[in-house]
Design a binder for this molecule. Structure first.
Ligand code: ATP
Ligand code: MG
Length: 571
């Protein structure tokens, strides 16, 4: 491609509303442009990268025997009503009506659609297993679209669904996808790890998220310093603080005028945070919920919502609700006598002795409160892991890092097949529900994660396999005949050998051209300048500082060498 003809609106300045590196660089490199909040259009430099990510995904899935199909993004509500998700998906689902007032949605995910296809066509164990996928635009009205294409309201997803005759079959399908995903993210040159995850609204039992470690990640991941344990914060567990065998002391009411927060309580009682239990109040689909954790802990909202089951809206209660359930001002809630629909007690609170809790009475707390004697509730794990907690698997300290979720694999089991009658006749002649799995990768988010991990102060450094072009040929001065003619020749030769090549034939200063090639991250640059008299050009890799002077005849070999080093072939 001749850069003089190219639609590549690069930007010198960092756009004001882009806070993270990948968002800034994708805008500056002219890859994407915003149309509305969370809605982006993809320009040539962008689509070429996204297509390469898709190519890698297709190749790795096809190797595992998956087959590509393409479903409609417009989905009738009936399918969602059958699975019970029409009401569960909440405001994230974009709903619309047709001219006959029939309900539809723009698919946020496609379990129902794939289930519907399979139940109509497949009826015997002989036709299974099957693993089908599509690469398609998904629509989700995200509460907080942000970070450019990392969290958009329309985005391209590869979603795959496996159908097996039994659990053992599902285990194999899941393992195959695990391997395919590992290969995909390795080929994208993403440093990543697979972590245990919460299964959320999709349902099912086992799931793993493929996480790219990054400061800008929206997820917190818990890693063990001693073993392979890794889990999303939503799901992570740690060893409980040792249970106390102190004698239970007498419950006492203490006047605590204007002492509300844990910090104020610490000062007032001159005690550490772990001597207090704090009570947080939430509203889950109109039901009130109280959760009690020790003062040094944070509530894990996912664990609480899971304990209730299929919660759509979950949020902290407002002042009015708090006053209603506690009969007190905000800051004095406690588990004894609280009037909520649910009361959850973190196991550490249940196993501690003589805690200080809110009295549900303005300006009062209770001293020496004990679970079982003074208050009760559903006991479980309702807290977040804290850095330095101990691993439940090996006892070593846990660490916390931030990550971007680029892929997610789930064992669904028979949740959808039972709800939607996705059955087959087994060897024994009996009808059984198929055992399903589902598997997603965000295409643009993966590309953005690559930018997060592969860039410097001058721009993007694309790994060769996902780069929009492999090589840029830069004539230093297009007005000089020998620069331009030789650049043209090299450009032609590289095109003939199957290299994706740009010719920077713009009438710009060399410095401007170099800056652009660095910003857009082209892996190899060939500069045709004064040395061409001696039949020499400058060869430079984007990822390294050094420049090599090579002879024009060596160019092909030098490029092939680079492909080989990346385990790639040219066509
Ligand atoms: P998140 O927790 O980030 O909202 P999710 O659990 O909703 O993700 P899945 O439903 O598992 O995501 O979707 C599969 C993949 O699609 C994710 O791993 C991610 O790569 C991508 N993805 C999900 N939501 C978005 C979005 N709003 N914008 C871009 N990519 C997304
Ligand atoms: Mg989501």
């Amino acid at each position: 491609m001749r850069m003089s003809r190219m639609f590549m609106p690069t930007l010198r300045e960092v756009p004001a509303d882009a806070v993270i590196k990948s968002h800034q660089l994708m805008l500056r490199a002219g890859m994407i442009r915003k149309m509305a909040s969370g809605v982006y259009n993809q320009l040539p430099m962008g689509i070429r990268v996204f297509n390469k990510v898709q190519k890698i995904i297709r190749e790795e899935l096809d190797k595992k025997g998956c087959q590509e199909i393409l479903c409609s993004a417009l989905i009738p509500a009936e399918l969602w009503k059958e699975s019970g998700r029409w009401d569960v998906m909440g405001d994230e689902m974009i709903r619309l009506k047709d001219r006959n007032e029939r309900d539809f949605c723009l698919g946020p995910t496609h379990e129902e659609v794939f289930s519907d296809i399979i139940r109509q066509e497949i009826n015997s164990y002989k036709q299974l297993p099957l693993n089908l996928y599509q690469i398609q635009v998904k629509y989700r009205d995200e509460r907080r679209p942000r970070f450019g294409v990392m969290r958009g309201r329309s985005f391209t997803m590869k979603d795959a669904y496996s159908f097996d005759i039994d659990e053992a079959g599902l285990d194999k399908s899941y393992q195959d996808m695990y391997e395919a995903y590992t290969n995909i993210f390795n080929r994208c040159k993403l440093e990543h790890s697979a972590v245990q995850a919460d299964t959320g609204a999709i349902g099912g039992s086992v799931s793993a998220e493929f996480m790219v470690k990054s400061e800008v990640g929206e997820d917190e991941i818990v890693f063990c310093s001693g073993c392979n344990y890794a889990a999303n914060m939503e799901k992570a567990v740690s060893v409980n603080a040792p249970s106390s065998n102190e004698e239970m002391k007498e419950l006492k009411e203490v006047h605590t005028e204007n002492v509300h927060t844990i910090e104020e309580l610490e000062e007032f009682f001159n005690l550490k945070k772990e001597n207090f239990a704090k009570t947080l109040i939430y509203v889950a689909d109109k039901k009130t919920v109280a959760v009690v954790v020790k003062g040094n802990r944070e509530v894990n909202e996912t664990k609480v919502a899971n304990a209730i089951g299929s919660v759509v809206e979950f949020e902290l209660a407002n002042e009015t609700t708090i006053k209603k359930v506690t009969d007190a001002e905000v800051g004095f809630a406690g588990p004894k006598g609280i009037k909520t629909d649910y009361l959850f007690i973190d196991r550490e609170v249940a196993e501690a002795r003589n805690l200080i809790i809110g009295a549900n009475k303005t300006n009062y707390h209770l001293e020496n409160a004990n679970y079982g004697r003074d208050f009760e509730g559903v006991v479980g794990d309702f807290r977040n892991v804290t850095e330095g907690d101990f691993c439940v698997e090996c006892g070593k300290p846990l660490e916390i890092a931030r990550g971007v979720e680029v892929g997610h694999i789930f064992k669904l089991g028979t949740k959808y097949s039972e709800a939607m009658n996705v059955n087959f006749i087994d060897k024994d002649g009996k009808s059984k529900p198929m055992v399903m799995g589902c598997y997603g990768i965000g295409v643009e988010r993966t590309a953005a994660a690559i930018v997060e991990q592969h860039s410097d102060e001058n721009g993007i450094i694309w790994p060769l396999e996902v780069a929009p072009y492999h090589v840029v040929v830069v004539p230093v001065n297009i007005k000089k005949e020998d620069h331009m003619e030789n650049a043209e020749k090299i450009y032609k030769r590289l095109q003939d050998m199957g290299v994706e090549v740009l010719l920077d034939d713009r009438d710009e200063r060399a410095g401007v051209k170099f800056k652009d090639s660095e910003l857009i991250g082209i892996p190899m640059r060939i500069t045709v300048g004064k040395d061409i008299i001696d039949n020499k050009v400058e060869f430079k890799l984007r990822r390294l500082e050094e420049k090599e002077i090579i002879s024009v005849d060596e160019i092909e070999d030098r490029i092939i060498k680079e492909f080989k080093e990346n385990n790639l072939s040219i066509r």
